[in-house]
Design a protein around this ligand. Structure first.
Ligand SMILES: Cc1cc2nc3c(=O)[nH]c(=O)nc-3n(C[C@H](O)[C@H](O)[C@H](O)COP(=O)(O)O)c2cc1C
Length: 202
């Protein structure tokens, strides 16, 4: 197996996607890959964050997680993105990072990067698939190689089975409604495995 560099990039207001990112990191490190976890820069005004204690607390707890930048995209062979659903799309915080990738895109540096996405939402049919596909639209412009999990993990059949990119439903208190730890770990390892094949083949 070939070891690769993986950037696990997430945005999270209340901790769900942070946890998905940490599970991905754990699996990737166990498999011997080099991993950077980075969060999309918070952009919401302090007044909005202050209205939600869980949001405020999560931001404080994760203030030491490095903020993701285009340099992370340049560094990595593979990216795992984890993003909440916002009206069936990625949040502005994630879009802001993607929109900073124009320079790398112009230099062709995102071509053949291997990518995969994960998401969460409050409703079982609240737009998780649309969010992941929206993320992938940008990746197509990059010429990246998208690695959807499909049903490659046995655990997909007991955890919601989102073949576009694993996703989880959260309740009003932020509790995950499905056990997605294994599928997230399997998705991360598969993405890195494909990145290894791509790297070796070049
Ligand atoms: C502005 C906004 C829009 C949202 N849109 C949706 C939505 O379209 N569908 C849905 O099921 N949940 C929606 N949610 C709920 C979030 O997806 C949920 O809180 C998030 O996935 C939790 O992830 P986090 O803990 O990582 O922040 C929305 C939340 C906010 C604040």
């Amino acid at each position: 197996m070939s070891n690769v560099k993986v950037a696990v990039i997430y945005y999270s207001s209340t901790g769900t996607n942070y946890q998905l990112a940490r599970w991905a990191e754990e699996a990737l490190k166990e498999a011997g890959h080099e991993v950077k976890v980075a969060r999309a820069q918070e952009l919401a005004p302090a007044e909005a964050i202050a209205q939600n204690p869980a949001w405020e607390q999560h931001l404080e707890e994760t203030k030491d997680v490095p903020v993701a930048s285009p340099d992370d995209l340049d560094w990595a062979d593979a990216f795992i993105f984890s993003t909440p659903t916002r009206f069936g799309n990625v949040p502005a915080q994630v879009k802001q990072l993607l929109d900073q990738a124009g320079g790398l895109w112009g230099q062709g540096k995102l071509v053949n990067k291997v990518v995969s996405g994960m998401s969460s939402a409050m409703n079982p049919h609240g737009g998780q698939e649309a969010t992941v596909k929206s993320l992938y639209t940008t990746m197509m412009h990059w010429g990246a190689i998208i690695v959807p999990p499909g049903y490659t993990s046995e655990a997909a059949f007991t955890s919601g089975g989102n073949p576009y990119g694993n996703s989880v439903t959260v309740d009003g208190e932020g509790n995950m409604q499905e056990d997605v730890e294994q599928v997230v770990k399997d998705q991360a390892k598969r993405t890195a495995q494909v990145a290894g094949w791509v790297k070796n083949g070049q």
